[in-house]
Design a protein around this ligand. Sequence first.
Ligand code: HEM
Length: 390
Amino acid sequence: MSVSRRGFLAGSAAAVGAAASGRLAAAGAEAPPPAAPVPFDGPHQAGVLDAGQAQATYVALDAISPERGALSLGLEAVSSKARRLTAGASLIRADVDEPPSDSGILGPSYEPDGLTVTIGFGASLFDGRYGLKAPAGLQRMPSFPGDDLDPARCHGDVLLQICANNRDTVVHALRELMRPVRSAFALRWTLDGFQGASRSKGSRRNLFGFRDGTANPDVRDDALMRRLVWTPEGGTFQVVRAIRMHVEFWDRVGLREQENMIGRTRDTGAPLGGTQELQDPRLDLDPKGDRIPLDAHIRLANPRTPQTDDQRLLRRAFNYHRGFDEAGQLDQGLIFVAFNQDIERQFATIQKRLAGEPMADYVTPVGGGYFYAPPGSRGPNDWVGSGLFT
Ligand code: HEM
């Protein structure tokens, strides 16, 4: 223990030095809320690398258009509405005898408020109804051991991820996005999420009280994003898992045991034995798990070996609170969201390794799905998903 601990602390001093010199500065650093509009158009969709908004809603839709042409018009309308909403607007006063063109819940003019709308497609959209060719690697999310999936909260032909700095901006965007496309899409499930407020430096906390998002790959490293997040076409696979957290049960566990389950200190987010959130856990110096147990969540999720390096993924989680269940237990949890280039190589491999981890007794995945978020729209005459119809 003493040798590995000394070695670990010496290693961490080097890591802090590297961070100070700027090399590691972005890893795990908390993304600030976007102030300027996040453009809807671009080579990649918004809402993947640009995190930082405090509020989100995930909306899964079923396509109900009778044929392909109507589906493509519906998708085009979603993009064109999203483009306008994300830019902010001043409403034009129309004929007072007509229904207003906007619900008005943000007032007569509104700022972009960091709004991003990210559009993805589930495997069911490619079931032959519309004659669309499925993107290679897109499948229906399976049920993993320990899952208790509710079919009413899973899958969907289309997924909208709507994020903004304020809740009313998200609600407004959803309402306006749905207005023109009610004949093309039916709501299947929705899930609202929020981030902890920024009360101290470092990553926000999840509902177990631990910092979440610390060890994400650096989104400013283009080469790394091309290796871990983007497909060769510029899209990405989005995994959404609604994971119920049994918080009453968790709150009865000793702090040491909680920290051993995660592998990090609750207050600072530092790896066990360390002092700073962004320190390298130096698993290599602790092969027997004296400092960080071998079955700790961070250790199983990312063993940090050359063989597991290309399994890393970009996480973007939100907390959820949905009231309480029929047993009077709080219905709280994590909207686990991961962007990755290849679901089997990355998310599914990690998920299988996490099977049976001690934390599994305190969480139950109940919903979600796998989606392919295609490249961004190339401009006002293009729309997200147009490539599927060519
Ligand atoms: C409710 C369920 C979960 C909770 C409460 C949770 C919590 C955490 C916490 C506290 C950390 C450490 C801080 C950080 O680096 O963000 C972490 C890291 C991580 N988690 Fe989870 N997690 C959950 C589910 C998952 C799932 C389903 C996966 C993937 C299948 C996953 C993959 C990871 C990865 C890859 C890391 C980073 C490990 C590293 O590079 O050191 N987590 N998680």
